[in-house]
Design a protein. Sequence first.
Length: 282
Amino acid sequence: MALGSAVCWAVGQILVKKGFAHIPPLWNNVVNNLLALVFWVPAALWMGGFRLVTPPFPIFLVILSSAALYQLFYYSISKGQLSLTGTIVAVYPVVTVILSTLFLDERLSAFQYTGIAFIIAGGVTVAFPEQNSLPKGAARDAYWFLWGIAGACTIGAGDFLTKVSINRIGSASNIFFLALVLNGLSALNYLVDGKNRKAPALFTRKFRPTFIGICIHLIGAFIFMFSLDRGKISLIGPVSSIYPALMAVLAVKFLGERISLKHGIGIGVTMLGLILIGISGA
């Protein structure tokens, strides 16, 4: 299930990235949150057998906090050169693993910790662009780096909080109430981001990649949250974060790009990490 999430996120992000020139992060969030109602609510009701658990107030605050943190995702990957920011965002499982070890008492084996390290190192290696492809001054510009760190911290913390909620009320109930809360945050996002309030042309051909990408991304997020009922977040998070390696493979297939030696090494290291986690969990 974690690998399925990674595949969806790889495909979804390739499509969403194409639309950033026309769709600002605010409207990515608005559309994402509306589609979450369409996809997640019926699916959560069906998966939960139409018997959902109403979250107690502390867990509702946990869901609200995770939803708020997730709203920064599209903002973080839209700043600067996407490949640069995405490199830093790809280390978000480090935050999740640290929090789950400290507060959820998730203890892993040496094989599993080694596998996690390989997955994260491989993902960063794949995501980081070739030196000659960097725009002039990009390596010295800290702006994208700070947004990347913010994205890694918010996604990692959001995944941890999601696991806390799912441990208490189950994945179906968490998904249902998260979809509701997200749309409330859309209004807050609209009030805060005054610069991008003007609605873009959503019903045009230019919006099509963004729409399809968001739909696929939501499917991946649904699978990811449902998988948290069945495993440790400290393992599921790193496994699902291999999407940079998958994006490199997809770029070869659909965009005609070539995998460099660096990309090949990164993909190999990532696969080694998956094998180590698979062996340790067998």
